[in-house]
Every structure is written in C-alpha cells, then in structure tokens.
Write a protein that binds this ligand. Structure first.
Ligand SMILES: NC(=O)c1ccc[n+]([C@@H]2O[C@H](COP(=O)([O-])OP(=O)(O)OC[C@H]3O[C@@H](n4cnc5c(N)ncnc54)[C@H](O)[C@@H]3O)[C@@H](O)[C@H]2O)c1
Length: 267
C-alpha cells in the first residue's frame, strides 16, 4: 500500500462524466488535488470551459492536467470520441466516474409520464454509464483501474411519481455488480448512492445560487446536515484507491443516515 489515499494519483488519469458542475465538479477537483489528470466529459460547453479556467488557475494544478471535451454520454459516437481524446491527451486511463445524469426526477404521475421522457432518462442515466464503460474498459484493464457509478438513494427508496429516475438508479446499482463480476480481477467496479447533496454553489456562474436549506432540512438528517459534493468526492477517491482493493460490486450510501432512519409519524 502506498502512503495515504490521496497521494498516489500523480501520473494517473481519470474521466469524470458530468464533471463540469455539481458533484462531478467536486470529484474532478479532488482528483486533481491528488495529482491525477482529469478529462471532464460534459454536455454543457459553457460550464465545461468555466470549470477548466477556474481549475487551471489554481496554483497546484499543472497546465494541461485538466481538460474538457463536450460529450453527450447517451450518444455512442460522442463517447467513443471522448475516450479516444482522453487517451490521446493522457496516454492512459485509470478511473472512470459515471456521474453525468439528469439529476432530478420529473414528478409526472405514471399516466402522464411520456415515453420520450422515460427513454431520455434511461439513455443518459443508465445507457450513458454502459457506453462509457464499454469504451473505457480496454484502457482500464491494462492499468488495473476502477469504475465508479454515481446512483442515488432513490435506487432503494422513493417518493411518489419518480419512476423514471428511480428505475435508472436501480439499474446503475445492478450494472455495478454485473460489471464487477465480468471485469474482475483487473477492474473493480463500485457504486455510490448520494442522498441530499447541496450543489447550487457548484453550478456554472449563470446558475450559481447560495443554498436554500432550512434548519429542519439539516436536522432531519441523523448527522445534522445535508450533504456536500465533497462528501461524495472523498468516497470516490477512497473507492478508487489501493486501500479499497478488497471492495468491488458494492453500493455505498452517502446520505447522512437517511436510508436508515424510521420515518413513521408520531401522534
Ligand atoms: N445532488 C443530489 O442531491 C444527488 C443525489 C443523488 C444522486 N445524484 C446524482 O449525482 C449525479 C450528479 O448530480 P448533480 O446534483 O451534481 O447534478 P448537476 O445537474 O449539478 O450536474 C450534472 C452534470 O451532468 C451533465 N450532464 C447532464 N446530462 C449529460 C449528458 N447527457 N452527457 C454529459 N453530461 C451530462 C450536466 O451538464 C451537469 O454539468 C447525477 O447522476 C445525479 O443523479 C445527485
């Protein structure tokens, strides 16, 4: 084992899908701080270019250590080209983080839920992870790399009218254990299910807002607060590290305890 979990990424390379904003932007920063080169694969060019400029201005980030390629993860040609550009840029691939997603359930009741919306949700949130894995695997295999899928606690619990989103996240959990069995021992594949993560300050400038979180929202969590993107990013770094070498196929909730909290109403 090499030192601490954060110090062994120099010379290694990662793809973070949806890495231009939100949780993916925090994952990208943690990987860069640990020394990795990172390709941000995001469909939002404005957000991608802003994030590159912001991170490239940080003293500890080397020129060319972080790159952006506009990518739609649901489009096979786009994913194939993004993967090729990553290898051309960094000569290797050690980690794929499948984070890109349509991050909010639509709340349409099933009778009004359009097939078009259902199909788009599946294409981005689930097929996107399949496509990125498909093209990354040959490169990851030669490095003994890792894949981390970002699902949601909604894979295991629901509010009404969230069928499409929840189904995609349940699919990601299943894709994780299937891939772990197919790709071991060379590649470990794990999943993180975030709960409520406040991302408004991690959006591109035109959408950036201070978080609007009530005290009751914080206090309902057993840990006394909602989540931060860094909470998820730290777990990505751990799961990708050698310290996690005996962990594959699992889904870890980063949710402040909410999936283990009884919520029956009291009189
Ligand atoms: N924020 C939360 O509370 C929360 C909770 C559970 C799970 N998640 C999951 O975490 C992931 C990140 O969520 P977030 O809250 O940071 O969302 P976000 O909307 O802040 O960021 C998502 C990023 O993905 C990109 N993206 C969307 N569709 C894409 C596509 N087709 N191809 C490439 N990039 C695409 C967006 O441009 C954006 O930059 C998502 O998969 C989401 O479902 C978030």
């Amino acid at each position: 084992m090499n030192g601490t979990m954060n110090d062994n990424w120099t010379g290694k390379a990662a793809i973070v899908t949806g890495g231009a904003q939100g949780i993916g932007k925090a994952i990208t920063l943690r990987l860069l701080q640990a020394g990795a080169s990172v390709m941000i694969a995001d469909q939002d060019r404005e957000a991608g270019e802003e994030t590159i400029a912001e991170y490239q201005a940080l003293k500890q980030i080397k020129v060319g250590q972080v790159k952006f390629v506009q990518t739609d993860v649901s489009d096979e040609a786009s994913v194939q080209s993004m993967t090729q550009q990553t290898i051309q840029s960094f000569d290797r691939l050690d980690l794929l983080v499948n984070n890109a997603g349509i991050a909010h359930p639509s709340n349409d009741p099933i009778e009004q839920l359009s097939l078009e919306h259902w199909n788009r949700m599946l294409a981005v949130n689930l097929t996107g992870a399949f496509l990125c894995a498909k093209y990354a695997v040959p490169h990851l295999r030669s490095q003994g790399g890792a894949i981390i899928n970002i699902a949601s606690t909604r894979a295991a619990m629901s509010e009404p009218n969230t069928e499409a989103y929840s189904a995609t996240k349940g699919g990601l959990v299943a894709l994780t254990h299937a891939l772990a069995n197919s790709l071991g021992p060379e590649i470990r594949v794990n999943c993180i299910s975030p709960g409520w993560i406040a991302v408004s300050e991690w959006q591109k400038k035109s959408k950036r807002r201070p978080p609007q979180i009530r005290e009751a929202d914080q206090q309902q969590h057993p840990v006394g607060r909602v989540g931060k993107p860094e909470d998820v990013a730290d777990m990505v770094l751990y799961l990708a590290s050698e310290q996690a070498g005996f962990i594959t196929g699992v889904n870890i909730a980063i949710d402040g305890g909410m999936t283990h909290k009884m919520i029956y109403l009291e009189d």
